[in-house]
Design a protein around this ligand. Structure first.
Ligand SMILES: NC(=O)c1ccc[n+]([C@@H]2O[C@H](COP(=O)([O-])OP(=O)(O)OC[C@H]3O[C@@H](n4cnc5c(N)ncnc54)[C@H](OP(=O)(O)O)[C@@H]3O)[C@@H](O)[C@H]2O)c1
Length: 226
């Protein structure tokens, strides 16, 4: 049975990932800050294991990696994310920006390091960093979103580095843009549901090869400019 670890698993895209992999019989490690408050997670059956995890808390990340022990981990989905607001240049909230970087950029790197041995002991050896088209330098013609854009652009660089680091051991790392999705972050006007996004992202993930490692994919399956 393949296994997946999902951060930010209590709502939005994270919960949809958990539900989708659970439905296909995967062993799922569903991580969130308050698992006891998330009823949908508790109703998913014995192969969905919930873990308390604030991704910015290094001690919690280490403890979780230790508690999973020698168990191989096929897929790490760094999904937890924080929006930064629209932010005009004169109104930048630098404290918020630091929190956004901690969740969107530093935490995925921290988790990748902590779970590297478990990932490399598995069959699929894959890290999926949930990025955003807003993190694309080449695609940025509209500005704004300083904190969020910079956090996802930096996450994309983390992804490239991971691809380089993991390649000798056959590990894969990709950055994925999930589309504009109807979640708390995407809002009710967004164009697709979390289930549609996850189904599309899973089609990409299910067919990934080592040659595709280090790339930035849109949910529609095409590559995005860095
Ligand atoms: N929705 C979109 O249109 C869209 C577009 C592009 C990219 N994305 C990306 O997709 C990913 C999922 O977003 P979403 O749309 O599902 O957003 P969401 O509904 O706002 O969910 C965000 C998730 O991240 C978790 N989170 C935030 N800070 C955390 C922390 N310190 N530790 C652990 N978990 C934390 C939240 O947990 P709490 O409930 O505890 O706060 C929640 O589970 C994010 O990386 C986002 O940047 C989304």
């Amino acid at each position: 049975m393949p296994s997946v670890l999902v951060t930010g698993a209590n709502r939005g895209l994270g919960l949809a990932f958990v539900e989708s992999y659970a439905a296909d019989g995967w062993r799922v490690h569903a991580c969130c800050r308050h698992p006891e408050k998330c009823r949908p997670l508790q109703q998913l059956g014995p192969d969905v294991l919930t873990h308390r995890l604030d991704v910015t808390d290094g001690l919690q990340v280490e403890a979780l990696a230790r508690s999973l022990g020698e168990e191989p981990l096929d897929l790490l989905i760094n999904n937890a994310g924080l929006g930064g607001g629209t932010e005009a240049l004169e109104e930048l909230d630098f404290d918020r920006w630091q929190r956004v970087l901690a969740v969107n950029t530093l935490a995925p790197a921290r988790l990748a390091g902590a779970f590297r041995p478990a990932l490399l002991a598995s069959e699929k050896r894959t890290i999926a960093n949930i990025s955003s088209q807003l993190g694309s330098l080449g695609d940025n013609e509209s500005g704004g979103h300083y904190a969020y854009r910079s956090s996802k652009a930096a996450l994309n660089m983390v992804t490239r580095n991971l691809a380089v680091d993991l390649k000798p051991a056959g590990g894969i790392a990709v950055a994925l843009h999930p589309g504009w999705v109807r979640t708390d972050m995407g809002g009710p006007q967004a164009s697709i549901s979390p289930q549609e996004s996850v189904a599309a992202l899973r089609r990409i993930l299910d067919g990934l090869t080592l040659e595709q490692s280090g790339r930035f994919y849109s949910w529609r399956g095409h590559e995005l400019p860095w």
